[in-house]
Ligand binder design. Structure first.
Ligand code: 5GP
Length: 173
């Protein structure tokens, strides 16, 4: 499968950008009670690198939703497979995602989390594909804006595989 991947963002490029985002988030959330929410599974390497680039006290929690039924197109339906293990009421919440494509996943997750009355709710994504957007979602922090490619690696999969590539590449089926 790896032979079908063309590198797009190197490990070094990703790490530089993650450190920048971490520094920015540290400034923006200074003195605030923050819960960083990771959307599994794709976010795991980005999440681990990002929270370690944040020089502040914070809590973490994870949620898993399914929007792609194993293919490469969003179904528009979002099922909660795993919910947060804690309340976010009275906390600032930062949702961390691997990639925003149509926006449907974050639109639904955002609405759901807003109902739980956090003090604020913001979104941070490693990758953004704005050309594919179907619903507008406010993405507050973006690692890289990319063209309409199907990308894999650094958490992103094709059919469950390739999440462990240390870089991001374009997958050629
Ligand atoms: P959205 O709901 O914004 O269309 O899609 C969000 C989810 O779709 C992401 O969390 C990710 O799981 C999946 N996704 C969207 N684009 C890509 C892509 O280029 N590559 C991979 N591997 N997954 C993608």
């Amino acid at each position: 499968m790896r032979e079908r991947v063309t590198p797009l963002l190197s490990e070094a490029q990703i790490q530089v950008r993650v450190q920048e985002l971490g520094a920015q988030l540290t400034r923006d959330y200074a003195g605030k009670e923050l819960v960083v929410i990771g959307l599994l599974n794709g976010v795991f390497p980005f999440f681990a690198d990002l929270v370690r680039a944040m020089d502040m006290d914070l809590d973490i929690s994870f949620m898993q939703v399914a929007s792609y039924g194993g293919g490469t197109e969003s179904t528009g339906e979002v099922h909660i497979l795993k919910d947060l293990d804690r309340s976010i009421q009275g906390f600032h919440a930062l949702v961390v995602e691997d990639i925003v494509d149509t926006g449907l996943t974050l639109f639904k997750v955002g609405n759901l989390l807003k109902d739980r009355e956090p003090l604020s709710l913001k979104i941070c994504t490693l990758l953004d594909k704005p050309s594919r957007r179907k619903v507008q979602v406010p993405v507050d922090y973006v690692g890289f804006t990319i063209e309409d490619h199907f990308v894999v690696g650094y958490g992103l999969d094709f059919d469950g595989k390739l999440r462990n590539l240390p870089y991001v590449g374009v997958y050629h089926p």
